[in-house]
Design a protein around this ligand. Sequence first.
Ligand code: 4AD
Length: 456
Amino acid sequence: LPKPVSILLDETDPTKIGTLRKNKDEPSEGVVRVSVQGRVNRVAKQGGLIFVTIRRGLSLMQCLLSGQLSKTYDALTLNRETSIEIIGELWEVPSHAHAPLDRELHADYFRIIAAAPGGDDAFTNQVPVDGDTQTLLNLRHLTLRHEKPAAIMFVRDIVESAFHTVYKELNCRKVSPPALVQTQVEGGATLFKFDYYGETSYLTQSSQLYLETVLPVLGDVYCIEKSFRAEKSLTRRHLSEYTHIEAELDFITFDDLLSHLEHVICRVIDLTLEDPVAAEAIKKYNPDFVKPARPFMRMRYADAIEWLREKGIKNEEGNDHTFGDDIAEAAERKMTDEINRPIFLTHFPTEIKSFYMQKAEDDKRVTESVDCLMPGVGEIVGGSMRIWDYEELMAGYKREGIDPTGYFWYTDQRKYGSTPHGGYGLGGERFLAWLLKLWTVREACLYPRFMGRCTP
Ligand code: 4AD
């Protein structure tokens, strides 16, 4: 037999795979002997034949063991997840049958690389596809091998690459700010504190303050880093560790910030849909997905409060919303789902926002701030213009009860060439939950971290 050519399961290059054999009577001209490696995804016995679907990454290949091969001990005891090498010729599948890339590998030889157990210990008995969430998470290292979690991880990779591409198109430089810090960004309540060689330090809540310091160095900047929040409640959209996609833009207006955000979100979706595997996954798990129309709806916080009052949607105390209320998750979701399109919710009151937010020119009660809300998830982005005046920043620290000493490096930005600037943070897992219509952001994490879970 000729020496086989090693190929990947989704290889389509004709110089490698040759021509597909149509039937056993056809001349074998152009047919190549190939070798593939993968893990057993499914075994089906039919008469004297064994159909084995093998898997490598998201790619699958149907293989056929027949004749003496299908009678061997190894073939008869083949279990899911066994890693295997199979050698043979690629055939067209009969017209009534279906197989990935409409082909199947007719084996003339196979070799077990490492056998996975059968019986009680078999993957199919031990690793449920769905059901009790605790079990699924305890077995995350194995449940990840199922089709949907694998597809989500694939889309996650494509989406992250798309963000990098878009930021490069916009001439934003990438930096990598520290995760171990001594400053808060979004309030003390969700800080993870730890002992840093005897000094109190925190896991970063946001890289924003550091990104601001890079504007004079590199111009517009972004980062994709982990942020950490000690969220003390279990919700569908809160993690303790999440992927924070943050950007900071120099010499801009609030309107520029909103246009930039709209562009980034739409362009990332377009780029993601250009990948056929990601596009198929989105179609499969979120069949009703439609690309958001531009411009996104813009709604001021004050108008949202009016809207909630008109609809009778109450605040957390069960009362009508009033100006100054934090719009809680439940109310925000109801509003977003009913409006059912992306919303830029803007101009939140100063008191309910962070110390660094710039006040609006036309109404000093509110800030130039924005949350981007998506149907099914709610807030996926939080952003704002930043205070660029030294005295106003000092007042901001004071209002929030922050000792400015540790923020000397942040304050210094207002001393050496301050500028109108702004930025935002987008929750990577929330973006994916919206794109793939996931029940919870936990599904968008490789190994989710939330209150009560730090393993595996
Ligand atoms: O609204 P947040 O708290 O804003 C900031 O951290 C800003 N400093 C970012 C910036 O301007 N550079 O968080 C931004 C986004 C939220 O809209 C949400 O998508 C996500 O981060 N997020 C979380 N995602 C998952 N789990 C959590 N606990 C999250 N907290 C925030």
